[in-house]
Design a binder for this molecule. Structure first.
Ligand code: SAH
Length: 233
């Protein structure tokens, strides 16, 4: 089955962009996922193909028009009726690895990319759209956010990462950060690879990794650590 991605954007030329190379690019060439960038401007009704207008109540910037957005979403739903529609917005729910895993297990995803000041808020009442943020930062457009979401999904598709790694040990998969990695040379600028990793004792190595995952999560991401602890009791 091919994971079908539809991207609604004012800049279709930004796709596949970085997803055309490496793991994702190869997977696309192999037919493991497909990409359909759709130009939002194609759904503008007037002769100037207007997609935005000034904010009601005044203020800087432009707002994406709700009628144009709705027409674009409706078109995407016809193309991919079973794909959830995600709108990229800093006001959305922060995307999680758990949600990415769900998406990757489904038929695909439709991603709506904002620009300027963002979307006319009425689109979220008028259409069934999931509002998603990629973090507490402000991008100039939703395209980079959509690329992030797609990249995270694609690497989880069957056969994309290869047999060696299912991604199950990765950061966030068990609610923790992953343990740190090292590779040759064993000594670099006076810094050694932790002795235990060179011991060949797999039980000891596993225990060390577990301990570092716990400790690093507690120190770097107390929010994750607290949730992880709560989930265990
Ligand atoms: N005025 C808006 C920001 C608009 S940024 C606000 O303050 O909330 C323009 C577009 O970039 C948004 O419509 C959205 O599609 C995208 N974007 C910016 N930051 C994002 C983030 N953290 N996550 C997802 N999309 C983001």
């Amino acid at each position: 089955m091919t994971f079908a991605a539809t991207v609604l954007t004012l800049y279709p030329e930004m796709f596949p962009g970085p997803l055309g190379v490496s793991l994702a690019g190869r997977a696309m060439a192999e037919g493991k996922w497909s990409l359909n960038p759709v130009h939002i401007r194609d759904f503008a009704a007037d002769k100037h193909r207007t997609v935005d207008d000034t904010p009601a109540g005044g203020g800087a910037g432009m707002v994406l028009k709700v009628d144009v957005l709705a027409a674009a979403i409706d078109h995407a739903r016809e193309l991919a009726p079973h794909a959830p529609v995600l709108a990229m917005t800093p006001r959305g729910k922060p995307i999680s690895q758990a949600r990415i895993r769900e998406l990757a297990g489904g038929p695909g995803v439709t991603l709506l990319c904002g620009r300027f000041e963002g979307f006319d808020e009425r689109i979220f009442a008028g259409r069934n759209v999931e509002e998603v943020s990629v973090g507490d930062i402000v991008l100039s457009g939703g395209e980079c956010a959509a690329l992030m979401v797609l990249d995270a999904c694609i690497r989880l598709l069957p056969g994309v990462m290869g047999a060696a790694s299912s991604g199950a040990e990765e950061s966030f998969e068990d609610g923790l950060l992953e343990y740190p990695h090292y590779t040759r040379p064993p000594m670099w600028e006076g810094r050694a690879i932790p002795e235990v990793l060179r011991s060949g004792d797999h039980a000891k190595i596993a225990a060390w990794r577990k301990q570092r995952a716990d400790e690093d999560t507690r120190l770097r991401r107390p929010d994750l650590w607290e949730r992880h602890r709560d989930a265990r009791v």
